[in-house]
Design a protein around this ligand. Structure first.
Ligand code: FES
Ligand SMILES: [Fe+2]
Length: 350
């Protein structure tokens, strides 16, 4: 049985949002590896092992230079390839003076990092997002640092019955509406997908405030899981009765990329990037704080961290599945297959 908290190495992950590396060096542990992510003064993005090859100081305590980074302890400099390019006070550079470098790419709002064999890094496999970027909806993004396994975050997103309980005061419908939700789950080549529809459901409090669609709504959640760590979400809500008439506009309409980057076995970075389709019905100069999105995910974060603490050392095979776990169970299978493939690939040295 594959350990579900193992990591997939041959994958791109979100290392940081672009604003996190603007004007500063970012120290971030990814898959248990200390990494410094930075922009050189010339504008190139790099990711290096965050441990100087001289005396082991964190390179993230140094500073960016024209074409690399300078260690803040004795001044060695490294290019984005990880090769030492300058040693103060001596012309010759020892051939072993280098640190590990990671393939990186900039796409959308993020710096992406490849954690597998650098020879197999292919930027074409970085996920496209938002799903419908061509509509150019206003986007927001944020990140939460969670003391919980990345798998728990994925599982949270796969069982939306929690909306009626954990988010009952913000985005949840009633528990009866949730229990009557129609679920359609299917496997895809890269993971799985579910479509969850609630017809004639109570509109959440936050929707009633913002949209003019009444107290009863049809709401849908189309979630595509792409192994190992991504979920593309397309959700919305229209007046009750309109969903089956094909109406998707005029109410709640969001496309969100959830990208979860493991830090350790029991902690992760949860990046979310939400495009809002309703904004076009509102004044262009409306000041949006978007804080409510982060606030809702903080409700999840709190519960996941408590869950992680409670499950420490516990045999999770004793936990019981219920009907609302149908998508979560499929997601775990897809993740386990991906982990198994990754481990086979690593063992065969490909
Ligand atoms: S530890 Fe980095 S230069 Fe000495
Ligand atoms: Fe949630």
């Amino acid at each position: 049985m594959t350990d579900a908290t193992a990591f997939v190495r041959s994958s791109w992950y979100v290392a940081a949002s672009l604003d996190e590396v603007s004007g500063k060096l970012l120290a971030r542990t990814i898959l248990n590896e200390p990494i410094v992510i930075f922009r050189t003064l010339n504008g190139e993005v790099g990711a290096l092992e965050d441990r100087c090859c001289h005396r082991g100081a964190p390179l993230s305590l140094g500073e960016a230079v024209a074409d690399g980074i300078r260690c803040g302890y004795h001044g060695l400099e490294f290019g984005t390839s990880g090769i030492c390019s300058f040693v103060p006070g001596q012309p010759n550079i020892p051939s072993r003076a280098r640190v590990r470098s990671y393939p990186v790419a900039v796409k959308g709002d993020y710096v992406w990092i490849w954690m597998g064999d650098p020879a197999t890094a292919d930027t074409c496999s970085i996920i496209d997002y938002p799903v419908d970027d061509k509509v150019n909806w206003p986007r927001i993004h944020d990140v939460l640092h969670l003391k919980a396994s990345y798998v728990m975050v994925l599982e949270n997103l796969m069982d939306l019955s929690h909306l009626s309980y954990l988010h009952k005061n913000s985005i949840g419908s009633s528990s009866e509406d949730s229990a009557n939700a129609n679920m359609d789950v299917s496997r895809t080549p890269d993971g799985m997908r579910f479509l969850r529809i609630m017809r004639d459901a109570d509109a959440p409090a936050t929707w009633q405030k913002r949209y003019k669609i009444g107290a009863k709504v049809d709401r849908w959640s189309d979630f595509e899981y792409v192994a190992p760590c991504f979920i593309k979400q397309y959700s919305g809500g229209v007046r009750a009765g309109e969903y089956d008439q094909g109406v998707r506009e005029g109410g709640h309409q969001v496309r969100t990329l959830h990208a979860i980057t493991p830090e350790t076995e029991t902690s992760c970075f949860y990046f979310f990037n939400k495009a809002d389709g309703y904004a076009k019905y509102e004044p262009a100069d409306l000041v949006r704080t978007w804080a409510s999105t982060t606030d809702v995910f903080k409700e999840d974060a709190f519960m996941l961290e408590q869950q992680q603490l409670r499950l420490k050392g516990y045999d999770t095979s004793k936990l019981v599945n219920i009907k609302s776990d149908v998508a979560r169970v499929q997601m775990i299978r897809a993740l386990q297959e991906r982990i198994r493939r990754d481990q086979e690939q690593l063992a065969s040295g490909q």
